[in-house]
Every structure is written in C-alpha cells, then in structure tokens.
Design a protein around this ligand. Sequence first.
Ligand SMILES: NC(=O)c1ccc[n+]([C@@H]2O[C@H](COP(=O)([O-])OP(=O)(O)OC[C@H]3O[C@@H](n4cnc5c(N)ncnc54)[C@H](OP(=O)(O)O)[C@@H]3O)[C@@H](O)[C@H]2O)c1
Length: 313
Amino acid sequence: MRLLPHEVLGFSVRNMKILVSGSTGTVGTHLLNSIPSDSYEVWRLVRSRVEGENLIFWDPDGGHVDDLSLLEGFDAVVHLSGENIVCRWTEKKKNSIRRSRVHSTRYLVNLFSGLQNPPKTFICASAIGYYGDRAEERLAEHSAAGSGFLPDVCREWENEANRASDLGVRVINLRTGVVLSPEGGILSSLLPLFKRGLGGVIGSGGQYLSWISIEDLSRVIIYLLEHGEVNGPVNAVSPNPVTNRQFTAALASVLRRPAWFSIPAFAVRLFFGEMGRSTMLAGSMVFPEKLLSSGYEFLHEDLDCALESVILR
Ligand SMILES: NC(=O)c1ccc[n+]([C@@H]2O[C@H](COP(=O)([O-])OP(=O)(O)OC[C@H]3O[C@@H](n4cnc5c(N)ncnc54)[C@H](OP(=O)(O)O)[C@@H]3O)[C@@H](O)[C@H]2O)c1
C-alpha cells in the first residue's frame, strides 16, 4: 500500500536522500512502502548480495562495506537492523541479539566518522525494552532505564548511536513499543490462535502492553525525518497503553471470537524461559510525551481502531 503524503501523512515533506538498514524486516518493509517516493530518494543497506538499484552491501558482523564513498551525503540514515528476539534465549542467541544491535550500530557510526559528509540525521531503532518490567509506573522519555538483559542491550545500543552526535549528527533513539502488524511481531503470532478461538490472557493479565500500529510507526519515522527540532530518545507508542487482559478482549472482539483460555505464568516460564519472563509476563506503561508535545497526531490512538485497521484492511 503506498500512502499519499498530503492526505495520509498529514504533514508536508521535503526532498530527501535517505538510507535504510534492516529494510527487509516488518518495519522496514512497511516504511519503504509508505515513503513518499516522489519526494524521497531511498537507498538500502543490505546484507545479501541482491540485484537492484540504490543498494549498498554491508556485513555489519564482519565489519565490511563494499564502497564507503556511497555513504556520503545522505540527509538521514534509518537503522532498523536487529536479530529477532522472539525465541528461547540461549547464551548464543542473547549474544546474537546484542551483537546485531550494539555492534552493528557501533560499526555504522564508525563508518560515519570516516565520511566527509556524514548524514544530518540518524534514526536508530531502540525499544521500550529500555524501561524493563515496571508494573504501573508511568514512563516517559526522561524515565530511567530498567535492569535485565533487554534494558542493558537497549542502553548499550543507544550509547553507540549517541556517539554520532559528536560528529554533529542529529540522533534519535526510537524506543518502539509492540508493533501491531499482521506481517510480523506479536500480533502475527497471536492471530492464528485467536482466529481459532484459542486466544487468552497471559499470566495475571495485569501487565501493561504499550503498542503502536505499523501505520503510525512508519508515519512517526517520516515525521521525525521532517521535524529537525526533535532529537534524543523518542517513545514510539500510542498514547493508550493497555493491560494484557484488555488487549486480549479487544483482539477477540475485533475477530468476533471467544478468548476463554489463559496461559498461566508457570507455563510461560517453562516453555519460553527468560524471554517469556522478560516480554510476555513483564509490562511497562509507556507514553509518547515527545511526539505529543512536538505536535504529532496519531492515526490510531485507540486499540480497537488500530486492530480493525491492521487486521481487517
Ligand atoms: N516489531 C516490533 O514489535 C519491535 C518493537 C520494538 C523494537 N523493534 C526494533 O525495531 C527494529 C525493526 O523491527 P522489525 O520488527 O522490522 O524487525 P525484523 O522484522 O525482525 O527485521 C529486522 C531486520 O534486521 C536485519 N537483521 C536480522 N538479523 C540480523 C543480524 N543478525 N544482524 C544484522 N541485521 C540483522 C534483517 O534485515 P536485512 O536482512 O535487510 O539486513 C531483518 O529483516 C529492530 O531493531 C527491532 O528490535 C521492533
């Protein structure tokens, strides 16, 4: 689906040359389809040697880029790389999750320091995992980081991105919430179960889930490209976080299916280990204070509307 900038974005866009990493992922794919192609010249940083235009091959793990000069003069770089975290976290997997974020960002910023014209803006993915498990605490960008594997990774990831500010680059750490997309992430895993009437509450159901629709996330990224006055950490979440119980009820209602089952906490711990404890049973109530104060208007503030738009479109 290609969005029309003036009708759907709701703000005007300038001509820009941007580079996107992790462009084959859920967020990257949607972003590239949403970008106003008449105004933006989009290049992709790719890890596989595929044919096509505007591609720059890199191997962040091995520390290689084919042609450094191609990185000169971008208006912005949007760095979305990161190995998927939804799996059992063995030590090897945790190492890959950390490396694919912290090391790839360090390598990219090192590349910027070798350029005559580094990008003006660097939008680097981060996650609300930064805040950790925080029960009913109201969290905004100024809130302290939590403790545990995900908060540690997010802190290190953001620290690496922030090094680019020494080069005069505007840096944004995009602390993204649970992205609602039928193509990837939590919703795509839950949909088959809920469609069969097998959905239900996880653990106590009281843990908060801070979410954003995929449409809003792409719009937020484009908005941040266009609004040079915003920098630093930005919470990419809707203004209405919900509990797992409320999320379960909303998803079942949109699909017109029952959700009578429940997954007890001990089963989550048994089957999913640390990943289950740190994501499925943990919660954080995160608010998009910077986006709202800078004037961003959400397409989907309400969970029912977001789910209807994402699932039934
Ligand atoms: N989806 C969410 O709910 C969510 C929530 C919070 C934060 N985020 C963050 O937002 C970013 C984009 O999310 P997403 O949902 O689009 O993720 P995704 O679908 O898992 O895609 C991430 C992309 O990163 C690249 N990648 C995968 N493994 C890698 C590795 N070992 N080393 C380097 N690059 C690797 C791949 O792109 P290439 O093959 O093209 O390089 C992949 O398509 C990620 O950093 C993620 O942590 C996502």
